[in-house]
Design a protein around this ligand. Structure first.
Ligand SMILES: [Zn+2]
Length: 323
């Protein structure tokens, strides 16, 4: 058997045929964080699959799914390497912060590829980008709806520098048993920036609202196992699977005021332009805004919190890609 070198990342070193779990200390300028990272390094050479959970610290399904995924890996029976960051924004997790990193109020998933001389979130993005995302051949970013969000499950992919979604990224996303695959053009997101540098990258979203269930975690965990087989890390090879139906973003519906939000349409429902999505009421119970769908589509995300404010995302619609 060919002797392969150890896999080093931050403060951790995994010898061939071993799993190492520990913390990577990352200086963010005005603060420092310790990221829980597991490296599972196979006994034989092969590709690298990187996985992140907790890019948004209030999203719990991925934190359960990814820890179960890595604990089931047997490095003696693997080729290549699986790198998992189990809490990618630890202060957000500790403080139960939705969307943002409390260290500077920035959304980590809008900050990639980051900046080693920037603020705390930009530095965190830079560390993750250099150490976890771009050293991978395959990268999966696991999310769910954030603390106030309900969503209908989906996977996401982004176009590469040529403007096209790679077949490898699409195959990676198809590993997950979710309702649809949405093409995401969100600059600064993990998968958009990873795709820009040629990494096969996919996002997976299931569950939300500050909860997790084992059934939701299983969708992510089983998808990660299929992704590792697709990459050739686990034996068995890729499982033939039908492709997910391809969707694109159709419209975001934002609140323009403070109010109490009463959604009237469940996530996963198809709506037409003008369909009433819900209402905003004042504190006394009078309706102050009727919220209508601006386009046809499936309600992918919905605000599940009673509290809404200017700029709150009340609903997001996606529609099938034609052709
Ligand atoms: Zn998220």
């Amino acid at each position: 058997m060919t002797e392969i070198p150890p896999y080093a990342l931050g403060d951790l070193v995994a010898r061939p045929g071993s799993q190492v779990r520990g913390y990577c200390e990352v200086s963010l300028g005005t603060a420092a964080v310790a990221l829980p990272v597991a490296i599972t390094h196979g006994a034989e050479p092969g590709p690298v699959l990187s996985v992140t959970a907790g890019i948004h610290g209030g999203e719990y399904v991925p934190m359960v799914a990814v820890r179960q995924f890595i604990r089931d890996l047997d490095p003696a029976r693997m080729r290549g390497t699986v790198v998992a960051c189990l809490q990618s924004s630890p202060v957000a997790f500790q403080q139960r912060a939705a969307f943002i990193n409390p260290l500077d109020g920035q959304n980590l998933n809008r900050t990639f590829p980051g900046d080693p001389l920037g603020g705390p979130t930009a530095r965190l993005a830079d560390w993750l980008f250099e150490n976890v995302l771009t050293r991978a051949d395959y990268y999966v970013d696991c999310h769910c709806g954030d603390l106030p969000e309900a969503l209908d499950s989906f996977a996401g992919v982004s176009p590469g520098p040529d403007g096209v979604v790679s077949d490898q990224a699409r195959a990676l996303a198809d590993c997950f048993d979710v309702a649809r695959l949405i093409v995401d053009h969100l600059r600064g997101s993990t998968i958009y920036q990873a795709a820009q540098v040629g990494v096969a990258a996919a996002l997976v979203e299931i569950g939300g609202q500050g909860r997790w269930t084992q059934a939701e975690a299983d969708v992510q965990r089983q998808g990660l196992l299929r992704a590792a087989a697709l990459a050739g890390i686990l034996p068995g090879g890729p499982e033939p699977r039908p492709g997910l139906p391809l969707f694109e973003e159709a419209a975001d519906v934002l609140s323009d005021r403070h109010g109490l939000w009463f959604p009237e349409v469940e996530v996963g429902t198809s709506v037409q332009p003008g369909t009433r999505l819900g209402r905003l009421e004042d504190p006394f119970g009078d309706e102050v805004q009727e919220v209508l769908a601006p386009a046809a589509g499936v309600l992918t995300y919905g605000l599940a919190s009673l509290a809404a404010g200017p700029g709150s995302l009340l609903a997001a619609l996606s529609r099938p890609v034609e052709g």
